[in-house]
Structures are given as structure tokens and as C-alpha cells.
Ligand binder design. Structure first.
Ligand code: ACM
Ligand code: ZN
Length: 772
């Protein structure tokens, strides 16, 4: 009897523990022990703060406001609390750094300890992640647990570009809220660029009076020379800026969330907007004088500050003085990237500066520029940070480098004992695609999928232990050329930003992709409940052809290891009743595969992945090229031209490409085969330097040595036909029997006269050779 009771208690405890949802905190805490039982968060709970002070009060206020949102309870804050309570303690806590915390949850008490308010704030974020995202009828329980936690890196950043598109102060605050929820602590605010100046500078009112407004007929977001500013704003259809009062409020808002705002004032390049307002600080301002009315394009101004003009430095120092008064950040970002130095080459003042300072060239002039600005910042007890181009011509003595063109700039700087923030385009440019372009909104090319972000390692293997200490952390950048709405901003950072947060906060050993995916699911539910937009790119199924032993197999893959893939081959959308994918399957005739993922037996919403296959006598047969295809367009590997998938007008997929060279492919059909036509598909896309071949020759052979020409088909589409298009080149003949096929496509050779790439190698794109 007694023993029976014991057993039933154990079973009961196990049940309670099982019923208790697993804590799903992102980023994964350094040490988390979940215990049985829970702290019931109800109206009787009191909040106690161990010490007074604004910073701790900020954290407590943030917490009680958040609890009120999901519960409706206004928890009382007391200096002495009795009964069920949540205690905030600032104490020197051994083994816990400035941002760390200890959190202990028992049925009667939640106890939070940290040496600084930042730690308390991060404990709050961990706590809030155990509660529902929105107010529901759910009983609020915080699972009993013990957490000891602190971050791996001190720079956990996100950059937002507000120049190409402007986001109101309220939206910037929402952005900061999202960062704070995932313990990110640095908001790099890209406040100025060629497409608009967004920060009020009292001494230079034209910066926001003029350069913050444009006529928004900007068809090519990558080309800011096409930006049309509208001096008197009479025709301005787009613009905005932050007043200094708004900035102060945002800085305080961020500080209360433990987020430091690093402002960026771009120089010496990317400065069309500033130069539109104050052309006197650019090179050769006499090129064009602007009146206070009328329109002009970015291309009408020189994009750079004049490095030979002391008045330009005076202007920038005035601007930075006002910037420093607004932003307490130690770091001030000065840009420094992508400087088109041609205006300096032709400027008398710049050339005089080069001579006078004994500089070798314009690279050293850029270095002079950054050195001079750094001196000014250091005199004001600030530190300069800039994009990795600031290495060119010599790095300023104390500069911190933000490495974006890969990691090499960051590695070089760390080896020179400079601090570094890693922000390589792959995988940390969040303006890149995070899933199949066919189901994602327009983005810059390149794939930075959730899994790639999650597996990013900020410390390069090239650095030794001491050099590695210079890596302060990493950040992701959201450039907004293609992003005009805040919903789209959310979409691009969710869920990639939480993945990055785990990279930057959690220990390297704790990284576990499968586990992250499981913890992520409740967060995605929370995003849905809160109406936050996020990408499901991670759930997309990749339909991949594989040729194995002459057979065409299809494999279905997804980054997400937690779900089950269902597919159809009859054109219908897959559901949980459809075929369940287990292993690659063979395709024997023309059909369309549709595939989608189910998580916990529930289909992920959205368009399923889809791929049509067309089979012919060459499908799956061995193919050899006389000259290899470009490694930049691997498509589906060596069998791409016989994989049953036709290339579309999307140049990034399915094509094999030849730069300046011809395509010569020989296919072995395996045995004598009777056929009456051979076809080669090609792509023309003028803007991408891709042209149809001049002609395509089709030959057949019985022994693979002696070939007989069946036809040579000439191209009839003009090279200047700019619309992206595909074309089949086909040889038709009396059916005959042969074993080998050779197809030669003659590259145009060079981009034609009048083309932007005139005289340079033309691309030839081929996909699918069909024998029928
Ligand atoms: C950059 O992407 N130009 C820093
Ligand atoms: Zn100049």
C-alpha cells in the first residue's frame, strides 16, 4: 500500500513535469535547470526592488508594464514585500559579469540577482519568454527553474538604414523593442546616406529642410545617383527626419531597454544628400549651383566631401558635435565605405592636400580623412568605428573596424590589435533572401537563410586567442533600398535576428540547430499572436533533382529538421494526407512535384514549393563539357542540362553559364536510340550581360568519334532586345538512330556596342538539352 502510494506520487510528479511546457528561452541561457512546479503569477504577487535608483526602477517598470499587458494585473511594487513575490536584487554576484544574472523561480518566489541593471533586464526577458505573448485566458505560470546566464559577446548588434526608407520614431521604438526582447544590446542607426539625411542638425537646417525629401520616382533602388531631391518640397512625395527632441526620447527609450544606439554619419562617400544641401563642402562645387527651389538628381552632385577643403571638416565637426550631444554611445560610426574617389582625382584642393601631406594616392587621402575625424572624436572621449574600407591607405590609430566585405578586413584589423565587429554580407546582410525567391518578397540576391545565420561563428579560425579578444561581437545589417514598409522590416529580421541573438549570447557549445528550431516554434506563435510579420523561408522545401545511375531522382529537403515533408505529383496542394517523404524517389514521366512541411502534424501555411519535370531521351544520361561551366552558377550540379528541369527567366537558377566561351556538350545516350529532334534552351537577359548564342550546332554519332551535323540553327533575336527571355534552338530531322549527341552553342563573345559592358565578355546561359 505504502509502496503503491510512493509509485503513484512519482508518476504524478512525472506527469506534472511532463505537462509543464519546456522552457524555450532564446537565446539559450548559459545554464538552465528546469524544476518541477511553477510560480503562479496572479494578482496577489508583489514586486520588490532591493535598492532605489532610476536604472533599476526602469527595469521594474518595464517588467510590470509587460506583465500588465499579458495579464491585466498591475502588480504593486514595494520596498518590503510579503507573501508571493518577485524580487529584484542588485548585488555583487560572483562569476557573473556586467550583463549577467541569476534567476531562481520556486512556487513561492521569483528571485533575480545581478550586479548591474542590465542583468536584471535580461532576467526579465527570460521570464517574459515563459509567459504568453499576448493576453489570453491562460493561467500564468512561470516554470520553476534556476538560471545562471551571461552573454558570450558584448556587441550584439542590428543596423537599420533609415536613409533609403524612413521609419517613424514609433516604428524605430518597435524595432528597439524587438532587439531588447532577444537581449541584443546595440542598435546601429544608419541615419544618413545618399538617399536622404534623417537627423536634425540645428546649425545646418538645409540637411533636413532639403536633403530629407525627394520625389519618389526612384526606379532603381541600388542607384542612388537617380534620387531626385526636391529643394522647396513642393513636389516632394517622400521624406522625413528625426528632430533632436525625438532622438533624445528614442535614446532614452533604448537605454531603458539596455540598448546603446550607435549613430552613423556617413563620410566621406555616400554623401549625395548632404552634398545636395551643402554643395560647397563637396569637390568642385562650381559644377552646378543649386537654388533653393527646383529638383536635382543625386548624380548632379559630387558624392563625397572634399578632403582638401578645411571647411568640409569644420562642417563635419559641427555635425558630430551635435550628434555627440544627443548620443551617449562611446562609438560613433563614420561610414567610410564605397568611396568613389574619382571626384578627388579631379579636384584641385584634394590634389593639393595629397601633395602637402606627402600622401601617395587617393587611398591615403581617405586614410587622412578618417585619421583627422578620429582625432576629433578622441578629443571628445569617443571612439571611431567605420566599415572595413577604413583600412585602405592606413588604419586610424584607435579605430574599430566593422567587417562587411567578408571577414578579411576584420581579421586584418584584429591582427593589427584593433577591435572588430563582424558583419559579413554572408550571412549577416538581412536584406538578402531568406528563402526561395519565388515565395519571398523582393530582396537583394544571395541567400542568408535562418540556418546559415544560426551557424555563423564570429571568431574566425585565423585569429589566435589574443587576437580573438578583439572581436567585440557581430551585427546584422538591414539596408532598406527594397524595404519601404515596417512590416517588411519585421519580416526580414524575424526569425533571423533571434538566431543571431543566440550566436552572440549563448556559448559556442550550446549551439544546437535542432533544439533551436524546437524552441523557436512558440516564438513564431507569439509573432502570429502579436501580428508581427516573419518569414517562413526556413520551412520551405527544396525540390532537388539528382541523377543516379541514369535515373532521375528527386529529393525533398528543408532546413527545418523538426517537421515532416508531404508531397504530391498530381498538381494538388499537399496536406497531411498526401505522400509522406522518406527518401529520394524516381521520376519516370512529365509531372509536377509540390511539397510542403508539416510541424506537429499541422501544415505550415503558405504556398507549397513546386517544380515541373519534363523527361526526354537525354534525361539522366552522362554529359561532358569541352570547357567547364562557371562555378558561380552551379545550378543542380553537373547534370543540370539533363535533369528534367527547364531554366526560367530567373538567371540565378537552373542554368549553366559560360563567360565569353562556347558551350560544347556531349551526351552518351547509353545505347543506339531513335529520335527526330534535338533542342537546346537558352536565356537572354541584356541587363545581366546574358545573350543568346550566335548559333547552335547539333551533331550525332554512333561511336562518339565521327559526328554528323544534323543542323546549325542561327539566332534571330536582336542582341539589343532587352526583355529577359528564353528560347529553344531546335534541330528537326528524319528520325534516325544514334548513341551520342554533341551540341555546340556559339557565345556572342563580347557585350555588343552600346551595352554598358561593351567589349567585355558576354555570358551564355544554357539549360536543358532535349532529345525526342
Ligand atoms: C556597405 O554595405 N556598403 C557597408
Ligand atoms: Zn576635393
Amino acid at each position: 500500500m505504502k509502496q503503491g502510494f510512493m509509485i503513484s506520487v512519482c508518476v504524478w510528479i512525472a506527469c506534472v513535469l511532463n505537462a509543464q511546457p519546456r522552457v524555450h528561452i532564446i537565446p539559450q541561457p548559459a545554464d538552465l535547470q528546469q524544476r518541477e512546479g511553477a510560480f503562479l503569477l496572479d494578482q496577489s504577487v508583489q514586486v520588490k526592488a532591493s535598492v532605489a535608483g532610476k536604472e533599476i526602477a526602469d527595469v521594474v517598470r518595464y517588467f510590470t508594464a509587460a506583465v500588465k499587458q499579458v495579464s491585466g494585473y498591475a502588480l504593486p511594487v514595494k520596498t518590503t514585500a510579503t507573501g508571493k513575490r518577485i524580487r529584484f536584487n542588485i548585488t555583487a554576484t560572483e562569476g557573473i559579469g556586467a550583463e549577467g544574472y541569476r534567476l531562481s523561480v520556486t512556487p513561492s518566489q521569483v528571485d533575480i540577482r545581478a550586479s548591474k541593471p542590465a542583468g536584471l533586464f535580461y532576467a526579465v526577458q527570460s521570464l517574459l519568454q515563459t509567459l504568453p505573448a499576448i493576453r489570453t485566458n491562460q493561467v500564468l505560470q512561470i516554470p520553476c527553474m534556476e538560471i545562471t546566464d551571461e552573454p558570450r559577446f558584448k556587441w550584439r548588434g542590428m543596423m537599420l538604414d533609415v536613409s533609403r526608407h524612413f521609419f517613424s520614431p514609433e516604428l524605430v521604438k518597435e524595432f528597439i523593442d524587438l532587439l531588447a526582447a532577444y537581449k541584443m544590446n546595440t542598435f546601429h542607426w544608419h541615419l544618413v546616406d545618399g538617399a536622404g539625411w534623417r537627423i536634425e542638425i540645428k546649425k545646418y537646417p538645409k540637411l533636413t529642410g532639403l536633403a530629407a525629401w525627394r520625389v519618389d520616382d526612384w526606379g532603381k533602388p541600388w542607384d542612388w545617383s537617380q534620387i531626385r531631391f526636391n529643394a522647396d518640397r513642393s513636389k516632394a512625395t517622400y521624406g522625413g527626419f528625426y528632430t533632436q527632441e525625438q532622438i533624445k526620447e528614442i535614446v532614452a527609450y533604448a537605454a531603458a531597454r539596455q540598448v546603446t544606439i550607435v549613430p552613423e554619419i556617413e563620410m566621406p562617400g555616400h554623401s549625395e544628400a548632404a552634398m545636395a544641401a551643402y554643395p560647397e563642402y563637396s569637390c568642385l562645387p562650381q559644377k552646378r549651383s543649386f537654388k533653393d527651389t527646383g529638383d536635382f538628381y543625386g548624380k548632379d552632385v559630387h558624392p563625397n566631401y572634399c578632403a582638401g577643403n578645411d571647411a568640409a571638416f569644420g562642417f563635419l565637426q559641427d555635425v558630430l558635435t551635435e550628434v555627440m550631444a544627443l548620443f551617449p554611445s562611446t562609438y560613433i560610426h563614420v561610414g567610410g565605405d564605397e568611396v568613389d574617389k574619382s571626384s578627388w582625382k579631379h579636384c584641385e584642393l584634394c590634389q593639393r592636400r595629397i601633395k602637402k601631406e606627402g600622401l601617395k594616392n587617393e587611398d591615403e587621402l581617405q586614410s587622412y580623412f578618417i585619421h583627422r575625424i578620429e582625432k576629433f572624436l578622441i578629443a571628445h572621449k569617443r571612439k571611431l568605428i567605420g566599415w572595413d574600407e577604413i583600412l585602405e591607405g592606413g588604419l586610424a590609430p584607435q579605430a574599430t573596424v566593422m567587417s562587411w566585405r567578408g571577414e578579411s578586413g576584420g581579421i586584418k584589423a584584429a591582427q593589427m590589435d584593433h577591435d572588430v565587429v563582424m558583419s559579413p554580407t554572408g550571412p549577416l546582410y538581412f536584406d538578402y533572401y531568406q528563402g526561395d525567391p519565388e515565395t519571398e518578397p523582393l530582396a537583394f540576391g544571395g541567400f542568408n537563410t535562418l540556418k546559415r545565420v544560426y551557424h555563423y561563428e564570429p571568431i574566425p579560425a585565423e585569429l589566435d586567442k589574443d587576437q580573438a579578444k578583439h572581436v567585440l561581437g557581430a551585427q546584422a545589417n538591414l539596408w532598406t533600398e527594397q524595404i519601404s514598409s515596417y512590416e517588411h522590416v519585421e519580416y526580414m529580421i524575424l526569425p533571423r535576428m533571434p538566431a543571431l541573438a543566440e550566436v552572440l549570447w549563448s556559448t559556442k557549445d550550446a549551439r544546437n540547430w535542432k533544439d533551436f528550431n524546437q524552441r523557436l516554434q512558440p516564438h513564431l506563435v507569439g509573432f502570429e499572436q502579436k501580428g508581427l510579420h516573419y518569414s517562413k523561408g526556413n520551412f520551405k522545401v527544396d525540390i532537388k533533382p539528382q541523377v543516379v545511375d541514369g535515373k532521375l531522382l528527386v529529393s525533398l529537403e528543408t532546413e527545418n529538421e523538426d517537421g515532416t515533408i508531404f508531397y504530391t505529383t498530381d498538381g494538388t496542394d499537399p496536406g497531411t494526407g498526401s505522400l509522406r517523404y522518406e527518401k529520394p524517389f524516381e521520376i519516370k514521366g512529365a509531372l509536377t512535384v509540390k511539397a510542403a512541411l508539416a510541424i506537429h502534424n499541422s501544415m505550415v501555411r503558405g504556398r507549397p514549393a513546386q517544380q515541373s519535370f519534363t523527361l526526354n531521351k537525354a534525361t539522366g544520361r552522362p554529359l561532358q563539357y569541352a570547357t567547364p561551366y562557371s562555378k558561380y552558377y552551379p545550378a543542380n550540379g553537373p547534370s543540370t542540362l539533363v535533369d528534367g528541369i527547364r531554366g526560367t527567366t530567373d538567371a540565378g537558377k537552373q542554368w549553366h553559364a559560360f563567360n565569353g566561351s562556347d558551350m560544347v556538350a556531349t551526351i552518351d545516350l547509353g545505347q543506339r536510340t531513335t529520335a527526330g529532334s534535338i533542342t537546346l534552351g537558352c536565356l537572354q537577359s541584356y541587363g545581366q550581360w546574358i545573350f543568346f548564342p550566335q548559333w547552335v550546332k547539333f551533331e550525332v554519332s554512333e561511336d562518339g568519334k565521327q559526328f554528323t551535323e544534323m543542323a546549325t540553327v542561327k539566332n534571330t533575336v536582336p542582341v539589343a532586345d532587352k526583355a529577359p527571355q528564353t528560347k529553344d534552338f531546335t534541330a528537326r530531322f528524319e528520325p534516325r538512330s544514334f548513341r551520342y549527341v554533341r551540341v555546340t552553342a556559339k557565345n556572342l563573345g563580347q557585350c555588343p556596342k552600346g551595352h554598358p559592358g561593351e567589349g567585355q565578355a558576354a555570358w551564355l546561359f544554357c539549360d536543358e538539352i532535349m532529345v525526342e
